[in-house]
Design a protein around this ligand. Structure first.
Ligand SMILES: Cc1cc2nc3c(=O)[nH]c(=O)nc-3n(C[C@H](O)[C@H](O)[C@H](O)COP(=O)(O)OP(=O)(O)OC[C@H]3O[C@@H](n4cnc5c(N)ncnc54)[C@H](O)[C@@H]3O)c2cc1C
Length: 387
């Protein structure tokens, strides 16, 4: 593996987007033989997890994953947009996102911004290095779209919070070392004004994790049960009762920056569709490309704004809606173009298409359902009345 010296990567951080893109493309080409196994992952989720953690460590030790993160959290500096370049080029070359990539862009910026600085300095480098993974404990039975009604409670007990309640649909919690958890600290009727964000070690006594099987066959998400779990007050992220601001910041990153990785992956997947299913018509491939490109443009605006430190507000709702529209169109096209392969095929490629098709159904649910994004756009952008 060709290591890139820190000083050269630091110089790249100053050099700008195009130079980083070319240097990373070159590194991927130079190391193609050693990276090849990452293109053919096992179907066993724990083996996938282990392989993608290895990829994460590899990219960290070569310096690439540290670009665009500040020095105080283990980064090499440079604008945040460099992270988008690395994730895009990785996907364009056909590699899966390393395990923490999603978490990194969804939860990482919130920890960098809202956590006590010593906690951010300890935890973020471990995430970037691939030494630990995190999960996002927001949804509860009865509190998904209506997140402000969540009930998991954190009671003030002096130096600690005592946390009790339930979370659901927590992705990859069975592998996670920490959870960014939203808890009710005010009265139930305080709605979004009585929520606090906590950073919880998943091996704390009193946490039970039960994996749930999704329809593509993976144990992707989990139910979490908290029974009087002690969480140090030093693990409070942001203000007490100010968790809504943290949650909205995270959802902005999830709907915006995470969509960037998805568009890069979809563009690559569209290329494989044209190869694997030559029956796909030019008109269908063209429409899919247009949708993916629209997502790219929307997400590009969000990534640029986040990189410049601008407030993105509710605009990433457009990205999220476009993301699920493009993803469903792409995989509906795959099903229509090659139904026998997708429905009945038994080789690795057919299994991947089937799994990706089934997962694409979730794209209009996770990170906030499509109906909710439409409501946000209608009320907050177009100024239409709530009723
Ligand atoms: C693959 C996947 C991974 C996930 N990972 C995580 C995770 O890591 N952490 C986490 O916390 N959560 C996670 N989730 C949960 C996700 O955030 C919720 O499923 C989502 O917010 C919807 O909430 P819900 O399932 O409770 O559905 P509900 O809120 O019950 O909604 C059901 C339906 O009603 C519609 N609806 C609800 N309210 C309105 C309204 N006001 N107007 C119009 N329509 C409405 C919705 O759009 C939806 O179609 C994940 C979900 C999926 C599918």
């Amino acid at each position: 593996m060709t290591a890139v010296a820190d000083d050269r990567v630091a110089a790249l951080a100053d050099a700008g987007v195009d130079e980083v893109r070319v240097a990373f493309q070159q590194w991927l080409a130079d190391n193609a033989a050693e990276l090849a196994p990452f293109k053919h992952l096992s179907t066993q989720v724990d083996e996938v997890f282990a392989a993608l953690s290895r990829l994460q460590k590899l990219l960290y030790s070569a310096g690439w994953i540290r670009l665009g993160w500040p020095d105080e959290v283990g980064g090499l500096g440079g604008p945040q947009v460099l992270r988008a370049v690395v994730s895009e080029e990785l996907a364009a070359a056909g590699y899966p996102p390393p395990f923490s990539f999603g978490t990194q862009e969804v939860l990482g910026p919130a920890v960098a911004r809202f956590a006590p600085p010593d906690l951010a300095a300890e935890a973020l480098p471990r995430l970037l290095r691939g030494d630990e993974t995190w999960c996002q404990g927001f949804s509860e039975p009865g509190a998904g779209s209506d997140l402000g009604s969540l009930r998991l409670r954190a009671v003030d007990d002096g130096e600690t919070w005592r946390v009790s309640g339930e979370k659901i649909w927590t992705s990859w919690a069975q592998f996670a070392d920490r959870c960014l958890l939203l808890a009710r600290t005010g009265p139930v009727e305080s709605a979004h004004k009585g929520i606090t964000a906590l950073f919880v070690d998943m091996d704390t006594p009193g946490i039970e994790i039960r994996p749930l099987r999704s329809m593509n066959g993976d144990d992707e998400f989990c139910s979490l049960y908290f029974d009087d779990v002690a969480v140090p007050k030093s693990r409070t992220i942001g203000e007490v009762d100010g968790g809504w601001a943290v949650a909205m910041f995270i959802l902005g990153c999830e709907r915006g920056a995470a969509a960037w990785q998805r568009q890069a992956w979809m563009r690559w997947r569209l290329g494989t569709l044209v190869t694997d299913a030559p029956e796909v018509s030019d008109a269908t491939a063209g429409e899919a490309l247009t949708l993916v490109h629209c997502l790219r443009l929307l997400s590009r605006r969000t990534v640029r704004s986040l990189s410049d430190g601008d407030h993105v507000g509710v605009l990433p709702s457009f990205d999220k809606l476009m993301m699920s529209t493009a993803e469903k169109f792409l995989f509906d096209s795959a099903l229509r173009s090659a139904p026998d392969t997708l429905l009945l095929g038994e080789d690795e490629s057919a299994r991947d298409w089937r799994s990706d098709y089934l997962y694409s159904r979730a794209s209009s649910i996770y990170g906030g359902a499509a109906e909710i994004q439409r409501n946000i756009i209608a009320e907050r952008v177009l100024g239409l009345p709530r009723d």
